[in-house]
Design a protein around this ligand. Structure first.
Ligand code: NAD
Ligand code: UGA
Length: 337
């Protein structure tokens, strides 16, 4: 059983639990919550990233006395004591990644995204947590070839990952819809999130590294697939807004309402870095949507959410962060230089 130090002097309404705290989005959310004056318990099994990446993600959080990290697996750990006294739980822990969800690794997706989510929601209900904000995904839609997708669009996920995220979300809504449920749930369907600390399997992180080092990346398919890219601070702000939104159970898009192709993105990253992204093409990957595109009508109405960071500004910030780490980056010298 995991023992948790009690924090008796702080009002209950300012206690948050963040699952997936050592991850890309979760670590940014913890920082924002601390800035807003919350006490934060982070839960993570610390298997989602190599140890040095998790340590980097947690770097500013660890020394803060208002932050507590608990190493626990949501699929197996005793969770009641971790949620005791929490007002809001932000549930980000998951096995992410669309293309790696085929095959044997699928059991990890089920353990974290289905069983872990259900166990957390069950414990949140028992603990009387007021609000759980669940991280869902644009991958529940399957595609947006007919235009921006509103939440009323029938979800048809194309990947095993997308199917588990739809289950995560529906488990949340089912828990919140139980008669007499004390815990309300908002599920946030993030559209491809980027920014400092982005996961290294993702497109923008790989493109920036390619432009900085000259090593090639692979474009899956023709590169004309379109994505609605969301800067991490906008995803974080959507979480803060969702904690206060007036609803018992809802799913909401979190994107920008704008899309670019992968090839357009490659040009933009090259321009910002000042060196081209080097790439080759391979076959399109199973499960990749041809297009994602958020309809933000419900996000504006329910959350008061608007994206604040445009793609160029967001990539400039991610490049600056990547350069600040640059011990392992040897930028190519100019020709003749
Ligand atoms: P991430 O891998 O960086 O963070 C997830 C964290 O959860 C990791 O630190 C991992 O160790 C932890 N974790 C996984 N399973 C766990 C378990 N069973 N118990 C405890 N900890 C566990 O991923 P991310 O990109 O920050 O994504 C965060 C959330 O947002 C996920 O739910 C993901 O599905 C969702 N999402 C992400 C994006 C994106 O573009 N990054 C888009 C849509 C949805
Ligand atoms: C991302 C996250 O990885 C998922 O966890 C998340 O749920 C999903 O967003 C979402 O929005 O729901 P994805 O859109 O595939 O998934 O994000 P990237 O990995 O950044 O890929 C963007 C595009 O670039 C995809 O079309 C992909 O095929 C392409 N890509 C990516 C490449 O061509 N090459 C690469 O090396 C990586």
């Amino acid at each position: 059983m995991t023992s948790v130090p009690r924090r008796t002097t702080v009002p209950a309404e300012r206690r948050a639990v963040v699952t997936g705290a050592a991850g890309f989005i979760g670590s940014h959310l913890c920082e924002a919550l601390l800035q807003e004056g919350w006490l934060v318990t982070g839960i993570d099994h610390l298997r989602g990233h190599p140890a040095d990446v998790a340590a980097h993600n947690l770097e500013t959080l660890r020394p803060d006395p208002r932050f507590l990290l608990v190493r626990a697996d949501l699929a197996t750990a005793e969770l009641d004591s971790l949620l005791d006294g929490a007002d809001t739980v932000f549930h980000l822990a998951a096995r992410p990644g669309v293309r790696s969800s085929w095959g044997e690794e699928f059991s990890e997706y089920v353990d974290s995204n289905v069983l872990g989510a259900h166990r957390l929601l069950d414990a949140a209900g028992r603990a009387g947590v007021r609000r759980v904000v669940v991280s869902s995904s644009s991958s529940v839609y399957g595609g947006a070839e007919d235009g921006a997708t509103p939440e009323t669009r029938l979800p048809t996920p194309l990947s095993p990952y997308g199917a588990t995220k739809l289950l995560t979300e529906h488990l949340g809504l089912a828990h919140a819809s139980r008669p007499g449920a004390r815990t309300s749930v908002v599920a946030l369907r993030y559209f491809t999130v980027y920014g400092p600390r982005q996961r290294t399997d993702m497109a923008i992180a790989r493109m920036i590294d390619s432009a900085l080092t000259g090593s090639p990346i692979t474009v899956y398919g023709d590169g004309l697939q379109r994505r609605d890219f969301t800067f991490v601070s906008d995803a974080v702000r959507a979480n803060l807004l969702a904690a206060q939104a007036e609803t018992q159970a809802a799913a909401v898009n979190v994107g920008t309402g704008r899309t670019v192709t992968v090839l357009e993105l490659i040009d933009l990253v090259g321009e910002i870095v000042g060196r081209p992204v080097v790439y080759e093409h391979s076959a399109a990957r199973d499960g990749d949507a041809r297009s994602t595109h958020a309809d933000l009508t419900a996000a504006v109405k329910l959350l008061g959410y608007q994206p604040l960071v445009d793609l160029r500004t967001g990539i400039e910030r991610q490049v600056a962060w990547r350069r600040s780490l640059a011990a392992d980056i040897r930028e190519p010298q100019p020709v003749g230089g």
